[in-house]
Design a protein around this ligand. Sequence first.
Ligand SMILES: [Zn+2]
Length: 415
Amino acid sequence: LNLKAILFIADGMADRPLKELDWKTPLEAARKPILNRIARTGICGIIDPIAPGIPPGSDTSTLAMLGYDPLRVYSGRGALEAVGSGVKVLPGDVALRCNLATVDENLVVLDRRAGRIANEDAFELVESLQRIKLKNPKNVEFYLKNTVQHRGALVLHGSDFSTAVSDSDPETAGKKVLEIKPLDKSPEAKRTAAILNELSQEFHKVLSKHPVNMARDKHRLPPANMVLFRGAGTIPKILPLEKVFGIKAVCVAAVSLIRGVCKVAGMDLIDVKGATGTPQTDYMAKARAAVKALKEHDFVFLHVKATDVAGHDGNFKLKVEIVEKIDAMLGYVLDNVDLDSTILAVTADHTTSCVTKNHEGDPVPVAITGPYVRTDDVAEFGERTCAMGGLNRLRGVDLMHILMNLCGRVQKFGA
Ligand SMILES: [Zn+2]
């Protein structure tokens, strides 16, 4: 047996029942013939991505769903996001997420996104910061890259850095930029905090006088006069999927955090025109890309962000619509892959509640269909129906082994 597999993840698709939907969840309320078909022809269950009652991050959950125990290997969001946006992060480097922001003369944050600054302005500002030379300690190599609008990544390159440092980003406007502090007693943490505080000051100095900001001021746009840091991380030390399961794996995802996780797992990344990581993404283009990628690979990780976006906005109507678009997209996948040699799994990376507008610790539904799968009686894909299925209740980290075993790619334990 040597089958291929597609793992489809709808970010934050799972939800809680809502009064406005007659106490159904958005997934339960949606018209979803294909998802139901996958449930009916497959084996269903529910998954605790991390552990029962623990709200997962998208990064920790994705690590788990790929078979890596996040409690052992997770090393912060910063490096994953940087890697996913095309920044090189080497072992030993520390990476942080950055925001170009607007502060007043007392360093109080007025706008964490500098008016969602345009890419061209952000690029020019960030380029000038790259030329700064640090005095103390000397010769620290850093690399600053802006990705989209106000967002970016900072990489400290070399050794003797630590991720045990606090953020400078106060996370809300109206608060002062925070001093970065070491979070343990190691000399590395102290050194890293000192470097970041100096960079923060130097960046502010250069940005405050920058011609781009003068021009923004003239046009009554908020100046991007500060870079806020958060989420210091390193790349997790994990074996690539090729080593673990002997598979050639590929990722079809738009958001950089997910792409970063897949990249450190040794997967190929595919850029899809029209894939945006928003509700307006080109769903069918992603489905086509996944089907095409399966020809050259053993495993395709297909990810859609939009469900999570709707959840965070509390927009349950939009979430229902997105589930219906996902359903159509999976219809294309089913119609265009060889169902005699492909395992298809569908799940979510966590619950994003339209009521709390946050990630929650409720388990997520999962359905796996394909040849020789031990089907059960579940005929509808939903949070509650799947709980009655043959997979019962799993941890996220178990899913990949189950899929790979169905594909004939897991070694026997023992003699
Ligand atoms: Zn997520």
